[in-house]
Design a protein around this ligand. Structure first.
Ligand code: NDP
Length: 469
């Protein structure tokens, strides 16, 4: 471990003062987070602003090298980061969870180092020559959620730095330590003051969104907070990337093989114990396959251990916080009260320690039940029966959120035809939520706007500048 990281970890574990952060699985104290004051935020913005011209003045290749070095640093500290993330967020070390998330941080840094946004010749003839250049925006303010705190921070930081911007990042108040530790690690290799973290609650996020020294906000979180940031950013006409809530549909076609798709369906819905923006949150299954798909999902659910994150065998964890636990419980209770059939789960232990909610599968549920139409963001999947594919597509397209969706079939061509009729930022075939740094990712409708990843993601943190003669 570097001295900086040892220092940070010992500070969060033993410091007097600061707000306590508890492990959502055990209730144990993980550490204490400092909270930024308005003056701290002003200073952070002023510091990164002062460094921005120098950072932008480095060559593109140099900035790419810094991202590669940052990936090396993350890998060198992968296990410490994963253990802290597991304790603070609750997600297990194994499965598509803490070690996977830290690995994704390094992978996204490396991939972002490889992308190149070249100037584009728009017109070159006797009448004119015009070239499109991509300049840095200046200072990017990054605001993130608690579900994938490290990975989503990297999604915001890596393209911003790559394009010559500097960054002030405000972590979620639920998972600040993970982001503070990650930023410490990145800052072991980055030049001073190109990246500063300002831990704090929503008021700090609001001040960042309104700050005249910030040129762009990259936000990932709920649609409700996104709307408030859009208003707060209006006075300074900030650029915005909004990655907001989702309520993704999966549609199984009648030619699918239930056994073959069951594990993909399960992890599509239950990755990170369902606390994932682009997880499958409602599943539509045709009459002909309904019972087989339900049985196959129940079999898998019973094989996936849920428990304390640091215990190596677990692959599902607790909800990160009690508010999210209450949302899941309210929606499942509404479904059960409506007469829907519980295939497994829906019976939280009244004597539990930690915010555990059992893996829950609900069948024979009305398509307009709240568990279907509201984002549950937890380990509870409603499985809706359909007899007419057009009807299933209409249901899938009926909500305000439209982040991702998926189609499951033995015939990929047919699945693509159905995919083309779905409204979403991404539609996956025979998988769900499989984000990839090479493929732009963003939402339709109230799931947001703007793209992350790939060359398109670099454009979002750049100012187009046309030179015409
Ligand atoms: P929130 O919107 O509650 O919070 C997100 C971030 O915004 C936090 O850092 C929060 O701080 C901050 N914040 C709160 N109020 C304000 C404000 N007025 N101005 C500026 N910032 C503010 O989302 P959650 O953390 O609860 O995340 C869950 C939600 O995020 C789900 O709806 C999920 O779908 C969505 N999400 C979307 C993703 C996507 O890519 N589309 C990915 C991941 C999640 P604090 O925590 O301190 O309140």
């Amino acid at each position: 471990m570097t001295e900086q990281l040892i220092d940070l970890l010992s500070r969060v574990e033993s410091a007097e003062g600061g707000r306590e952060i508890h492990d959502p699985a055990t209730g144990e104290l993980v550490g204490r987070t400092p909270e930024a004051s308005p003056e701290d935020l002003d200073q952070a913005v002023a510091r990164v602003r002062a460094q921005q011209p120098g950072w932008a003045g480095r060559s593109d290749a140099q900035r790419a090298e810094f991202l590669e070095a940052a990936a090396d640093a993350v890998e060198a500290h992968a296990e410490e980061l994963a253990r802290l993330l597991s304790r603070e967020q609750g997600k297990p070390l194994n499965g598509p969870n803490a070690r996977f998330e830290v690995g994704a941080c390094a992978a996204w840094l490396r991939a972002t180092a490889q992308f190149r946004l070249e100037p584009e010749v728009l017109v070159d003839d006797d009448s004119a020559k015009a070239t499109l250049h991509w300049r840095p925006l200046g200072v990017v303010g990054a605001i993130g959620p608690w579900n994938w705190p490290m990975m989503i921070s990297i999604w915001q930081i890596a393209p911003s730095l790559r394009q010559g911007n500097t960054v002030v990042i405000k972590p979620s108040g639920y998972t600040p330590l993970s982001v503070l530790a990650l930023v410490e690690v990145l800052n072991t290799v980055l030049p001073e003051d190109v990246l500063i973290a300002v831990p704090g609650r929503g008021d700090v996020g609001q001040a960042l969104s309104r700050h005249p020294g910030v040129d762009k906000i990259m936000f990932t979180g709920s649609t409700q907070t996104g709307k408030s940031i859009i208003k707060d950013a209006a006075d300074t006409v900030k650029r915005l990337t909004m990655e907001l809530g989702g309520n993704d549909a999966g549609i199984v076609l009648d030619d699918a093989d239930p056994e073959a798709i069951a594990e993909g369906l399960f992890w599509g819905a239950f990755i990170n114990t369902g606390q994932t923006c682009a997880a499958m949150k409602r599943l539509y299954v045709p009459d002909a396959l309904y019972d087989q798909v339900c049985e196959a999902l129940v079999d898998i659910a019973h094989k996936m251990p849920m428990g304390v994150g640091l215990e190596e065998h677990n692959v599902l964890g607790p909800l990160q916080n009690s508010s999210q636990w209450e949302i899941v419980d309210r929606l499942v209770t509404a479904a059960v009260d409506s007469g829907a059939r519980v295939l497994t789960g829906a019976d939280p232990d009244p004597d539990r320690t930690g915010h555990f909610y059992p893996t829950t599968l609900i069948a024979d549920i009305d398509p307009d039940n709240e568990l279907v139409t509201e984002e549950q963001f937890g380990p509870a999947l409603p499985i809706i029966r359909y007899s007419d594919l057009d009807q299933a597509i209409e249901w899938a397209n009926s909500l305000e959120q439209a982040l991702g969706s998926s189609v499951w079939s033995s015939d990929p061509e047919r699945a693509e035809g159905v995919a083309a009729r779905l409204i979403a930022g991404t539609t996956w075939i025979n998988k769900h939520g499989a984000v990839d740094p090479r493929m732009p990712f963003g939402g339709a409708r109230q799931s947001g706007f703007g793209l992350e990843f790939g060359v398109e993601g670099l454009k979002e943190v750049s100012q187009p500048h046309i030179i015409s003669r």
